[in-house]
Ligand binder design. Structure first.
Ligand SMILES: [Zn+2]
Length: 621
């Protein structure tokens, strides 16, 4: 894991007690073998946040958050895994050896941060000496001197080489500036020149306050020049992970329990200086699931506050859908026509804006009102299109209770009988699952390499099914975590990665296998933490923790139950092989010689299915 040896990670984890660490942030009371408190990651009145000293894990039954001591610090303190490990390493006095590779990457990133910092101060300095027209512009937009200082606003002059000249004069190495895209190279002459010219500059900070890039707003109307231009992505700047202003607003977001998303830098600054500080700007970037995860570290409640133009409404529909599907509570507010948050706050002040915010609609109601405008619900064909759009939106949601609740609302709003809607929803869910499985098996058969990434992506979004074969796969993982020493030989002698149909369990299985082969100590507690620290998806983590914790699942006869799981997995796998071969046969001409090949495959697989069906089942689990 990022250059830190597993054995050191284990030592650090073992030398702290999760109850002590979490106890600094959450008041915990002893309940039986566990400790209980109010969850810091969602709002609740009755404690459902559980800390298990025996297993050294925590888990909230309310919101599903869980993990070990590192995961807790990552969530609560907003740290990366490596930083969480380092934090506890400092406390325990355990030294982390630094690999050459990690040192190199770190020093390269440091160089880039420093270069951005230099550019920030050059632009900031230039703003102070900028032409009167620029000063007047800021005045007119109502950006105070204090705001200019706090957010280090800057000015890129109209020269082709303003920044370049400064860097050369002061003997800076130009390489980092090229990497950051601040300097560009002319294709014709090979000469360097500034990317940003004649622009108001907004430095973009990461969550620890370092400058990672810039947004530049054009100050002249030039026909071929975009109004806004951002730094390109670089090793230190990834658009899908950054929300403008979050570094400055995160405390206010946590305190107020909500965040306001606006579109532009100016919207952000205007709200912030008016005293509405729980705000971030998307600055022209489409919202992603990573943004959703990022903001969830601070709050579950999001207000989207966008312009009434088509672009603004589209951004609210699409961005809102992503956040909504990630189970955030989303409220959408479309401003009165012709206004943006910037102009509205400037003209009407803070209180008026907060009053307006109260008119925000929850995302589903907002989306339904848009559907209502988009389609003529009096016409059957259009109504069915509106229904389809609403249902597709719910499909990726991994929360059956919520989707059930939303289905009722949709039925009511679109005037469709609830049972009809539910049937249609289940039909689509099933089709989606089959499509995923089909793609997944196609991948296994190796006949459609192009479909693999899409399959992996949609399989991850699909509601998880945990009966039948997938339930067996999940329980094998649980058994490995709980009884590794006793059963690992048996498991790895009988199961291969290919036996797993669920991509996430397959990945976990491969992970455990590689750890076993690397000879790392695999005592049960270490393996549990290794899995928690390397687990591929949030949904799988929640599921495993719930199962481990809820029933404190002790398998009645683990060895027998393991056989039963393996049986289910094998049967499902051979069944999948048969289905795949049958489908492939259908595509062939009747006299194609490969028909025989497939028939033999089906025959072999059938024999295997029979063989496994004859294995005696246990009634355990
Ligand atoms: Zn919780």
């Amino acid at each position: 894991m990022a250059g830190i040896p597993e054995s050191i990670i284990d030592r650090i984890r073992e030398s702290v007690n999760i109850v002590d660490v979490i106890g600094r942030y959450v008041t915990l009371k002893k309940r039986g073998r566990n400790y209980l408190g109010l969850c810091p990651f969602h709002t609740e009145k009755t404690p459902s946040f559980n800390v298990n000293p025996e297993k050294q894990i925590f888990h909230c039954f309310g919101c599903g958050t869980g993990g070990n001591v590192f995961t807790f610090l990552m969530r609560y303190e907003n740290l990366s895994f490596v930083d969480a490990v380092k934090r506890l390493a400092d406390e325990t006095g355990i030294k982390i050896p630094v690999s050459q590779e990690a040192k190199k990457q770190e020093s390269e990133n440091e160089q880039l941060f420093r270069a951005n910092e230099v550019a920030e101060s050059v632009y900031h300095q230039q703003l102070k000496q900028a032409p009167a027209a620029v000063q007047e512009y800021l005045q007119r937009r109502g950006i105070s001197a204090e705001t200019r200082e706090q957010f280090k606003l800057g000015y890129a002059s109209g020269e082709w080489d303003g920044l370049l000249k400064y860097l050369e004069r002061n003997g800076f190495s130009l390489n980092p500036y090229k990497k950051l895209g601040l300097l560009l190279e002319s294709e014709k002459s090979g000469k360097l020149f500034d990317r940003f010219r004649n622009r108001l500059m907004f430095p973009i900070h990461n969550q620890s306050g370092k400058v990672i890039g810039f947004g530049g707003r054009a100050l002249l109307d030039e026909p071929n020049s975009p109004k806004y231009m951002n730094s390109p992505e670089s090793p230190v700047y990834q658009k899908s992970r950054i929300l403008y202003g979050l570094y400055f607003s995160k405390e206010a977001i946590r305190e107020s329990g909500a965040v306001i998303f606006v579109e532009g830098y100016m919207d952000f600054l205007q709200l912030y200086q008016a005293g509405i500080r729980n705000v971030v700007a998307t600055s022209g970037t489409a919202l992603t699931e990573e943004h959703a995860r990022l903001i969830r570290r601070y709050t579950n409640r999001v207000y989207l506050c966008y312009d009434a133009d088509t672009a603004g409404i589209n951004a609210a529909v699409r961005g809102g859908e992503i956040l909504f599907q990630q189970l955030l509570e989303v409220e959408a507010l479309i401003l009165p026509a012709g206004e943006d948050p910037d102009s509205f706050v400037k003209a009407n002040g803070k209180e008026a804006f907060l009053a307006l915010l109260k008119e925000a609609k929850d995302y589903l109601a907002f989306r339904l009102s848009i559907l209502n405008r988009k389609y003529d619900l009096q016409k059957a064909a259009e109504r069915s299109r509106a229904v389809a759009e609403a249902l597709e939106m719910l499909l990726p949601m991994q929360d059956a209770i919520r989707s059930g609740f939303y289905l009722e609302k949709i039925a009511e709003q679109l005037q469709v009988p609830a049972t009809t809607l539910l049937n249609e929803f289940q039909r689509r869910q099933k089709a989606r699952r089959q499509q995923n499985q089909f793609r997944e098996q196609g991948r296994e058969g190796g006949d459609s390499p192009g479909a693999a990434p899409a399959a992996a992506e949609s399989a991850a979004k699909a509601p998880l099914v945990f009966t039948g074969a997938w339930g067996g796969e999940k329980d094998v993982i649980l058994l490995l975590i709980s009884y590794f020493k006793d059963i690992h030989d048996y498991v790895f002698n009988h199961l291969q990665e290919d036996d797993f149909l669920n991509p996430e369990f397959r990945e976990l299985f491969a992970l455990i296998k590689s750890r076993r082969e690397s000879g790392e100590s695999s005592g049960a507690p270490n393996l549990l933490h290794f899995v928690l620290e390397n687990i591929p998806g949030e949904a799988v983590k929640t599921l495993l923790l719930r199962e481990l914790e809820q029933s404190n699942r002790e398998f009645h006869k683990p060895a027998l139950y393991l056989q039963d799981c393996i049986k289910r997995i094998k049967i499902a796998r051979y069944q999948a092989k048969i289905d795949l071969a049958k489908r492939q046969m259908k595509e062939l001409a009747p006299n194609d010689p490969r028909q025989l090949q497939f028939l033999m495959e089906i025959n072999d697989a059938n024999i295997q299915v029979k063989k496994w069906q004859d294995v005696v089942s246990s009634d355990d689990g």
